[in-house]
Design a protein around this ligand. Sequence first.
Ligand code: FMN
Length: 183
Amino acid sequence: METNGKVPGDPLPKNALVVVFSYHHNNTEKIAHIIANVLAAPVKTPQEVRPEEIVEYDLVGFGSGIYSATFDASLLNLADRLPQVNNKKVFLFSTYGAPAFVANREFIEKNHAQIREKLRAKGYTVIGEFGCAGWNTNSFLKYFGGLNKGKPDTHDLRNAEAFARNLLLLTGIGNKNTTWKLP
Ligand SMILES: Cc1cc2nc3c(=O)[nH]c(=O)nc-3n(C[C@H](O)[C@H](O)[C@H](O)COP(=O)(O)O)c2cc1C
């Protein structure tokens, strides 16, 4: 039995948690599972998380599709209800539907601004932010097959994995021997 140096009977370490809201085409959920696999973290929806539970983890990721230029209200609302902490590590990730020529690092960070500020105000430290394109058939776009069809693609999933591996380096949390395969 693998004990990781722990005495049998010790409570299991909580380590990392990934919280995601994804409904349009489950684009962000795909990213969530890639990251969670590297971090050996459970994936929960904002509805499944109790605000007090967040402080039991060493690292928490918050992810959402971008709707009206920000995270879903369920995550913004969760951030509002989180307990005040002192320097707990979190990270942010999202998928957006804007065309590639609009979407640069600044665009991604702007989409994250509202939740980032809420988390910072509560004492959380954002140690990484990830964003990539996702298939978008919102509104009239559905009549033209949508934007970013096929996204996130294999390239995006690999970038998400690299992002998560960097979180491992920054925190030492997770599953260093992950042997998952791209779908
Ligand atoms: C109601 C709605 C509003 C959206 N607003 C934006 C937006 O403001 N900016 C943007 O880049 N994409 C926008 N999108 C596109 C989504 O961010 C994109 O499709 C994303 O990948 C959806 O993630 P999900 O499949 O995880 O829900 C919007 C999509 C919907 C359905």
